[in-house]
Design a protein around this ligand. Sequence first.
Ligand code: AGP
Length: 603
Amino acid sequence: MCGIAGVASFHPIGDRLYDGVHHLEYRGYDSCGVAFLNHNHIEVRKDVGTVDEVDSKETIRHLVSNVGIAHTRWATHGKVTKENAHPHLSCRADFAVVHNGIIANYRVLRDELLKKGHRFTSETDTEVIAHLIEQGFLDCGDVERAWVNALAALDGSYALAMISIHEPQRIFCARHESPLIIGVGSESNYVGSDFNAFIEQTKNTVILEDGEYGIVSKDSFSVKSLRSGEVLEKAITVVPWDSELSRKGGYPHYMLKEIHEQPQAVRNALAIASEQINAVADTMEAAQRVRLLGVGTTYYVALLGQYLFATLAEMDVPAVSSDEFRYLDCSDAHSLILAVSQSGETYDTAMSLRHAKERGAKTAAIVNVVGSSIARMVDQVVLQGSGPEVCVVSTKAALAQMILLARLALEMGRRRGTVSPTKWSECEAALAALPGEIETLVNEKSGLIRAAAYRHAHVHNWLFLGRGVYYPIALESALKMKEVTYLHAEGMPGGFLKHGTLSLVDDQLYTLVFVPPPAAGELHALTMSSVEEVKARGGFVFGFIFDGHEDIFDERLVLTPTHELTAPFLPLVAAQLLAYFTATALKRNVDKPRSLAKSVTVA
Ligand code: AGP
């Protein structure tokens, strides 16, 4: 949720602190700030607003220092105010901390510290940490011991970075259930919530685990066990992404760039070695119960997987939204939980996996971010290789995950005899053709979709209907519309409509219907009856269709017919574009929609 960056260097750090926190803004962007060593005191510059807004008022870029930490906030405890923005200082301003996570016992700790005379200036849970370290230092006179003792007193989740006037060359950092990594550079070292904090400086990272803390200075770093204080040998992970990939590259928004990158994301998903897919298939085959797990978009990805496993492999593999998983979890040693996560840091998904592991289940995951918490905690990981996805709204990562689930479902179907060799070859060919088909759609239909989006930007309520495998596509498309336009869009199975929601239909409610190709037979016919039901009540129906002869619609986007396996992905891409252009028509903050964050690392 929040983003943390830190630099210790032989050289001035202002521009790198600014870049670090700027590249992390997708994690949270309601306020930001920096703390740095200025001669023998800590200076804090912070305010509400984006990194650029705060920089223009407070000057982050040109600050003069060699050691500093920075933060961009997504508020949990306390309103969006300058006082609540991080960093937070202790009473004597000897210690400054930045934090991502939630300290569950902060009220108890604050009451104890108040009794000892500490004064608080914010409503945040984070501020107690600065005071706790200061109190520990007053008691023992040693920064590292005070740091370790403070961490031991915290309940909840944290990624933390701290600087102190008593150790002016060092940044202390630690994590518990929230990500934090160290960047190893030349004449500089870094801390960050993820690689983006220092992506332009170094690809060499050390990943902190729960129960460890790091001490970073300009020419060295060490990682120690929180329990024993012992120095730990840590491997360096080289990040395969470069900074060029995470720039906008001429597009007005990352969302549009990432929609355009989908052909490559699909190619990358198809290039993943079959051995990796087969290894997960082996575990699936051995398991008595398999569940697919995700939340938000990745829940819809998982739901699409459920349809693919049912239709291609005749397997019952329910998808569960990870925020609800713990209430439904019946896993045991014969279960496999297969999670899907772009960031690999989503709290709900990570906690669900932990829950299932504790019950003895095997775990696997499809993840985009190398070295992320989920990638490291599962028994088997498939790294989807989609490259950095910067826009808060997931597009290319989600599509690549769908492709990987399709590959897995095909493999299970092959093993179970439900996918014949001929069907296998047909499906392989269809998947191989998909990147080109998406390219054509994006190149040829963007103008039409843009015009439709601008024409209908006044519509406040949308119903997105789909049946069968087009149902998760409708749900995911509605989520895209909601999160980036702030308009109401409700995804629903076509057949469900007449069981209640039909009463909403009038000329103000617009309906987008995901119509399968006529070759889908009954699925097509039943979808068309939902169209009739809406039309009969005077509703406006926009059809994403594959057959140009169908003329019942008020408006149509005709897509090029393709194989039944890959056909649903074309209207999904069209719906991403519709959401994107509607958002631009409404002048929304496309890459950072209000109230959202890219990695949701809190419960
Ligand atoms: C996607 O557009 C959303 N921003 C959100 O639903 C996201 O998919 C969800 O939070 C899961 O994130 P993850 O893939 O990083 O685990």
